[in-house]
Design a protein. Structure first.
Length: 94
């Protein structure tokens, strides 16, 4: 897959979405997006916007996850948001 990652807060992908806004600010703009742990990189939580082909990414660990997850089924399923003040650290365009 080819793409580009945005690290600068001065680049806006659409309607106020940029690196540095919080989870809470993002979901006000894109309320249908859901949070998930990346299946390949355990230190990454993301929210994909399929109609625009990008995802916002939060670099996290088990200790500072944005979401709270249920791991009983083998793959993490979001239960709720634990840290809505978490800031987007990267945006990947595909």
């Amino acid at each position: 897959m080819n793409g580009i990652s945005i690290l600068s807060p001065s680049i806006h992908v659409e309607g106020g979405i940029h690196v540095g806004i919080t989870y809470a600010e993002f979901v006000k703009i894109k309320p249908k997006s859901s949070l998930a742990i990346d299946s390949y990189q355990n230190n990454l939580e993301c929210m994909y916007v399929p109609e625009k082909k990008y995802r916002v990414e939060f670099l996290t660990t088990e200790a500072n996850r944005v979401g709270k997850y249920d791991n009983s089924s083998g793959s993490p399923e979001i239960i709720n948001v634990a840290r809505p003040e978490s800031k987007i650290e990267r945006i990947s365009l595909y």
